[in-house]
Write a protein that binds this ligand. Structure first.
Ligand code: B12
Length: 287
């Protein structure tokens, strides 16, 4: 992931204070920065996110869209005031238009404005993807448009990694995995981000993971937690076999198991095995 450097001028316009204030904060360590080889202070999005978390009074002046048009100003206000229904509609239509920049501003902006990751995903992104899927199923949205929108949204999700400040103290290691033949990977990226934000180290194996030699990974990493996501199950028998294997490994390594996704409605889970089913990302953020 390539992180973009933000100049003192840009940081001043985003936070809504003078450039000299930004430089003073950076020199005093109130606002983290990196110093370039040429001696300039440069910031990363996560430095600004962390500063705003600690100094929430500056959130009211936030200018997440450094543009001057009235449309941009209006959008900035919607973000600051967290007008979620309007923002959902804008994200929906702009993602179909392929406008990644605006979509990313909305998601980054909401995070900088203080909405938690799980709230952004449960209240904005999941409903938008669901509307896109629904429109496509009904034949109201061409498949190529559905792909454009999904790609834009995936890009925005990836960009959220650069806002995260992982806590210094680790809560342990979590493995995230999608079963064989699964292609839906968005829930796994979201799960990874929320766990990183909470302070877990994460290995995200992604979807469509064959389980041959998975015991080596368990033996070598001794994970504290296992998160399995399932959206579509192509072959329930194969999925059930994989789950039996995962539960047995988790049991022998004292790994807590968490399941999430509508695909679990189609499989029979092994009996008498301990696990927690998570229906929302809020639950993931809490448990
Ligand atoms: C994007 C997408 C795709 C993309 C995936 C791209 C990618 N790289 O991920 C592509 C094009 C590959 C795809 C393919 C298919 N898809 Co699709 N897809 C979607 C779409 C539009 C969004 C899915 C998504 O990521 N949503 C975001 C996630 C976070 O939300 P969610 O899935 O609703 O998950 C919620 C919970 O289940 C939970 N959750 C899920 N997993 C986890 C994990 C944890 C740990 C936690 C805490 C929570 C959690 O969190 C969310 C909170 O509400 C949905 C539409 C929709 N309604 O969602 C269809 C949808 C999921 N797809 C569907 C189908 C049928 C398919 C295909 C079979 C289509 C086909 N005929 O080929 C294939 C199957 C491919 C496969 N083998 O997996 C159906 C599933 C129907 C069902 N099972 O009930 C849906 C619902 C569309 C529909 N209305 O028919 N798809």
């Amino acid at each position: 992931m390539v992180e973009r450097y933000i100049s003192s001028e840009e940081a001043s316009s985003i936070i809504g204070v003078n450039v000299s204030t930004i430089k003073r904060w950076a020199d005093r360590g109130k606002l983290d920065c990196v110093i370039t080889a040429g001696g300039h202070r440069k910031f990363l999005m996560r430095h600004l996110a962390s500063f705003l978390k600690e100094n929430s009074k500056y959130r009211s002046r936030l200018n997440v869209l450094p543009y001057e048009s009235s449309e941009q100003r209006q959008l900035n206000q919607l973000i600051l005031k967290r007008h979620l229904p309007e923002l959902r509609e804008i994200l929906f239509s702009k993602s179909i238009d392929g406008d990644r920049e605006i979509c990313q501003h909305i998601m980054n902006g909401l995070y900088l404005a203080g909405l938690r990751l799980d709230e952004i995903y449960d209240d904005i992104l999941v409903p938008v993807l669901s509307s896109i899927g629904e429109k496509w199923t009904k034949g109201d949205l061409a498949i190529y448009k559905e792909h454009v929108a999904t790609k834009v949204i995936q890009g925005c999700i990836h960009a959220m990694y650069s806002l995260l400040n992982k806590p210094k103290k680790s809560l342990g290691l979590a493995l995230c995995i999608g079963l064989k033949d699964e292609l839906h990977e968005i829930p796994l990226f979201i799960t990874e981000q929320i766990l990183l934000d909470r302070g877990f180290d994460v290995i995200n194996l992604g979807p469509n993971t064959p389980l041959e030699r998975i015991e080596t990974l368990f033996n070598e990493t001794k994970p504290d937690r296992l998160y399995v996501s399932s959206t579509v199950v192509k072959d329930p028998t194969s999925a059930e076999g994989d789950l039996i294997k995962l539960f047995a490994l988790a049991n022998s390594h004292n790994t807590l198991v968490f399941l999430g996704g509508r695909g679990f409605g189609r499989v029979r889970l092994p009996e008498d095995v301990p696990y927690a089913f998570l229906s929302t990302f809020r639950e993931l953020a809490e448990k």
